[in-house]
Design a protein around this ligand. Structure first.
Ligand code: ZN
Ligand code: ZN
Length: 315
C-alpha cells in the first residue's frame, strides 16, 4: 500500500471519529452535521480549491523555485530521521503561522485574506477548510517549500504527506465542536476550546489564540485567552456567537471577489443571475435536512427531554 492511500485512510477514519465525538460530546449543543455552508466548505474549499492549489503550489511555485535557486538534489537535511524532520517542520511552520496569523488580524489588507476563515458561523470539523485561496497559497508555499528545498525528492515524498496529514487532522481537531477540557495541557498544545474562542464573534478574543498546534506560542507572546484556565474577568466560559460582525457573502466566488472589492452583499446575492444558484444550494441543504428527519426525530408519542438542545436559528 502506498503512503497516499495510507494517509487518506487515516484521514477518513479520523474524520469519522471526530464527527462521532461531536455528536456524543458537543461543545455547542444542537449543531447540525449538514449545517449552513457545509457544501461550500466541503465541495469548494476542501475538494476543488485544495486540488487546484496543490498543483499551483507544488508544480508552479515550489518546483521551479528549487531549480531556479540551484539547490542540491541530495537535500541538506535528508540524513535526518523522518520523525525529527516532521517535528522540525511542525515547530517552525507553527511559529511562522503564529506571527502571520497575528499580522492578518492586525492589518487591514491581510485581514481580507483571512476573514473568509472567520465567516463560519458553525464551527465544526469542516470549518477549518474555509480559507481564502491567497491565504492557502502563501501559507502552504512557506510551509512546503523548505521541505522540498532541504530534502531529496524521495525523503520529501514521505515528509510532505505526513505533514499534510497532521495539518488536516489537527485542523479538524481544533475546529471540532467537541466539549473537551484539556486543562493545563492547553498551555502546550492547542485544542477545540482555545480555537473555538478564536472563532467567537466577541471583541475580547479578536486578538487572541493565533497558534494552531502549539499553544505555548500564544502564552509566551501574551495572546493566550481561555477563561477557566487563565483567570480572567470574563463572565462566560463558552462563546455564544461565531462568525463576522458584518455582512459577508455565502458563495465561494463572491467571497473571493469581496476580498478585493467591497460590495452590497444582499444586493448582489439577490441579483436575478445569482439568486437561483445560491438558492439551489439552500434547497439541497433543505433536502438533506428533510431526508435525515425520520431517523433524527423521536416517535411522536415520546416527549422531548427537557434538556434537548435547540438548533440555532437559521440566519
Ligand atoms: Zn484568525
Ligand atoms: Zn480556525
Amino acid at each position: 500500500m502506498d503512503l497516499l492511500t495510507i494517509t487518506t485512510a487515516i484521514l477518513l477514519g479520523w474524520m469519522v471519529l471526530i464527527i462521532a465525538l461531536e455528536r456524543l460530546f458537543p461543545y455547542t449543543p444542537g449543531l447540525k452535521l449538514f449545517r449552513e455552508g457545509w457544501w461550500l466548505d466541503l465541495v469548494w474549499y476542501t475538494l476543488i480549491q485544495s486540488y487546484i492549489l496543490k498543483i499551483v503550489i507544488f508544480d508552479y511555485i515550489i518546483a521551479p523555485a528549487k531549480s531556479a535557486l540551484g539547490l542540491a538534489e541530495h537535500g541538506y537535511l535528508s540524513h535526518w530521521p523522518i520523525w525529527a524532520l516532521v517535528l522540525l517542520f511542525l515547530f517552525s511552520h507553527d511559529l511562522y503561522i503564529y506571527w502571520f496569523h497575528r499580522w492578518q488580524h492586525n492589518n487591514k489588507i491581510l485581514w481580507r485574506t483571512h476573514e473568509a476563515h472567520h465567516s463560519v458561523k458553525t464551527v465544526d470539523w469542516l470549518a477549518g477548510s474555509r480559507s481564502h485561496a491567497l491565504e492557502i497559497v502563501i501559507n502552504q508555499t512557506i510551509e512546503f517549500a523548505p521541505i522540498v528545498f532541504l530534502l531529496d525528492n524521495e525523503t520529501a515524498a514521505v515528509v510532505v504527506p505526513i505533514k499534510a496529514l497532521l495539518d488536516a487532522m489537527w485542523g479538524m481537531w481544533i475546529h471540532a465542536n467537541i466539549d473537551v477540557n484539556m486543562g493545563k495541557l492547553q498551555y502546550f498544545i492547542n485544542g477545540p476550546q482555545m480555537h473555538q474562542w478564536h472563532h467567537a464573534n466577541h471583541r475580547e478574543v479578536f486578538y487572541a489564540n493565533y497558534a494552531t498546534k502549539f499553544a505555548f506560542f500564544d502564552w509566551i507572546f501574551g495572546t493566550g485567552f481561555l477563561p477557566g484556565l487563565k483567570p480572567l474577568k470574563y463572565a462566560i466560559l463558552k462563546p455564544k456567537e461565531f462568525g463576522l460582525p458584518y455582512e459577508y457573502p455565502c458563495e465561494y466566488f463572491l467571497q473571493h471577489w469581496f476580498s478585493f472589492h467591497r460590495f452590497d452583499v444582499r444586493k448582489v446575492e439577490n441579483h436575478p443571475w445569482l439568486k437561483p444558484y445560491i438558492e439551489w444550494q439552500q434547497t439541497l441543504l433543505q433536502w438533506l435536512k428533510l431526508k435525515r428527519k425520520p431517523t433524527a426525530t423521536p416517535p411522536e408519542t415520546a416527549p422531548l427531554p427537557a434538556s434537548s438542545p435547540q438548533a440555532p436559528a437559521a440566519p
